[in-house]
Design a binder for this molecule. Sequence first.
Ligand SMILES: [Zn+2]
Length: 875
Amino acid sequence: MRRLGLLATVAFVAGPLLGAPGAAPTVTSKVPRPDDVLGFHPGADRKLADYETIVKYFKALDAASDRVTVREIGPTAEGRTMIAAFISSEANLKKLDRYREISRRLALARGLDDAQARALAAEGRAIVWIDSGLHATEVAPAQHAPELAWRVATEESDEMRRIRDEVILVQVPVMNPDGLDKVVSWYNRNLGTPYEVAPMVELYHRYVGHDNNRDWYMFNMPESRNVARLLYEEYFPQIVYNHHQSAPFPARIFVPPFDDPMNPNIPPRVMRGVATVGDAITSRLEAEGKVGAISRTGFDTWWNGGMRTAPYFHNMVGILTETALWRYATPHEYDPARLPKRFRNGVPTDVPTTFYPSPWRGGWWRLRDAVDYILTASLATLDVGARKRSDWLYGMYLMGRDAIAAGAKGSPYAYVIPSGDAQGDPGAAARLVDVLRTGAVEVQRATADFKAGERTFPRGSFVVLMAQPFRAYAKDLLETQRYPDRREGPNGPPLRPYDITGWTLPAQMGVEGVWIDKPFEAALEALKAPAVTPASVSGAGGVLVASSRTNDAFLLANRTWRAGGEVRRATAAFSAGGHEFPAGAFLLKGLDRGAAEKLAAERGLAIVAVDAEPAVATIALKPPRVGLYMAWVPNIDEGWTRWVLEQFEFPYRTLHDADLRKGALRDSLDVVVLPDATAKSILDGNAAGTVPSEFTGGIGLGGAAALEQFVRDGGTLVALDSAADLPIDLFGLGLRNVLKGVSNQEYYAPGGLLRVTYDPTQPLAWGMPKEGVVFVENGPAFEEEGPRSDEGEEQPASGPTGRPAPHVVARFADKDVLYSGWLLGESKIAKKASLVDAPFGKGRVVLFGFRPQFRGQPLATFKVLFNALLLPASS
Ligand SMILES: [Zn+2]
């Protein structure tokens, strides 16, 4: 590490603000203080450091101190570079590779007996991960990062020396650099105006906003993959601390233990470790007079997929805290008389209770207060990491050891993903395997056919043996979830889960897989490379054929159009080149064979080349001109839709409110997509006075009328989930959302997988199986409305109504609708339509009652969305 000449001569003493409990430590240091680089004290009123400044500080720290090493860990969605800092004693950092190796060996637990593991745990250093959160409007954690690094690197207290000796701090100072800069520029733009604390009008991550903390098993975003590499390939931290804001009001910070329910796959030791760290944090807060810490409310441990939750399934102690936040860096005074008397769970706010023993009584709350609480919590975590250093290391070994033993016993023994014809979409199967491997799941590939259970599997099949250190993670992602029925009293309203309740990846992704309970013999080799099996273009001729069952066929179609070629789709099943193709198969002309070969190899997409068009009826398609509505109310579903379209190279145009209000949409568009949002939010947008005026008002009735005219003129309107209410209510489609106004006691589907049946004769269902699984989160379900009398009374649905009947493309199953997660009130949706193609004027409205591209996860249903974009102008 290079020394900074000028700064190296500066020594200084910390002020009282920086004191640890007990005697005020003396801090002498030759390294720059955060204030020197930021130009202000971190957490100062109305001041936010941007990403460049924070990186500059960390690089200066690295240059000036042998206790800090900074490394670049990969690009963000917008091309910024993420960094991680490794902070420990000089001696420890010199042996960083050795300590990383010890952590990895103990975490993987293989090839060690207990005595060897104990020796390694005694030699090793606890790896404690502290990041600064990833929700960019929660500004305090990133602002605290330089100060935490500086204190750990420079403070000369007994405690801090012990921390440096026993712990290696892996600090990611900013988990969402793009978002930090978006927030800083929005805040600075509005500073001193009536909109100083106005909410943002765009997502604080290019694609996924708040869902950047919903991506921790799918790893769709580059930031998630950068972090996964550190967590699951390199450092295997024993404690993973992910900061957030804000606490259940008026508490000042939420600290674990978490609430129920607990996911049964999480090792009990993890939950004990969470309690240990949580107790260290709350004890230190109380010792420092930082009141208002609350525990055991709101945040449960059921869901897998958050930055603090996915590590549980990797035998890591995952910690989340939520420190109070007013808005950005603006201070706020709370009138004690006006604080709410109870938290949402009914616990009083004004008297001490077991998990809220020191109530906060109101008064001023500034960004600096949040920074102070966060510093305390981070230091408490490092301290307990240091005090129990070898316990953390050895405990992780024990969990890995026990997981391997449990898997070897069987029930389940393995999960097999067959290769070959079993997979309708081999690309999806390969993606599933890659996703698992990014999360450190060990996957094997069979080098010969083998028999397991009652079935013979072909060579090339993937096998996930449950005898592996992160068995909990593999099992949890592959199996079906059964969320416990939790209510406020018997048959009372449901208790809201923290996040979704079911995620079963193979079902979501349309991948065929089989659980095997008993041990079996097979020739297996560990998979070390991406799982895709390169395919090729078989046969000869100028017409390329690709199956409608694969997502990548749409990519092939988009590339054909971009190359100036022609795209047709078969309207029935046929065979060509010795292969069977279901309805909807693509017939493509004009794409260079080399380009097709490249795609086939990269994505594992089998393409058949034939001389002449097969004898099957086809429809010619034009590249759809797609408009995607982007409100000024940031919409995560819009971001995910945009991301999915880009992955498959669909060109699209973003439509803002003004574009819709202007009308004449049909002149330049064939399809308009409305992402999931309520009709009211689409119509009204941001209320006047809440954000600068150019971002207020939604599409309005004018925009809705323009959409209706667009459809009458032959356009396709695709309305996702709650957005379906807009055309239903305003256009008069002859349909009703049967769940409108239904209470959550009667129907509740808080995020899970439900069974549907498709009508494969409908172009919207081309490539889909007869029975499938879709992701539903309290969305609508549809039925046809009867005609109305002159008085507006609905009549029995018989006789001609004068409008063409809507096509029901998918219905919820008639019974056993729940596949994975939690569902109350199945009878409300059984047999009801969940996907409808409603002709209207010269065009059509496609209504989705499920989430075909939710968080970029359900690869099984991407095709349905893509089919909607490619529907012919009239049918
Ligand atoms: Zn957050």
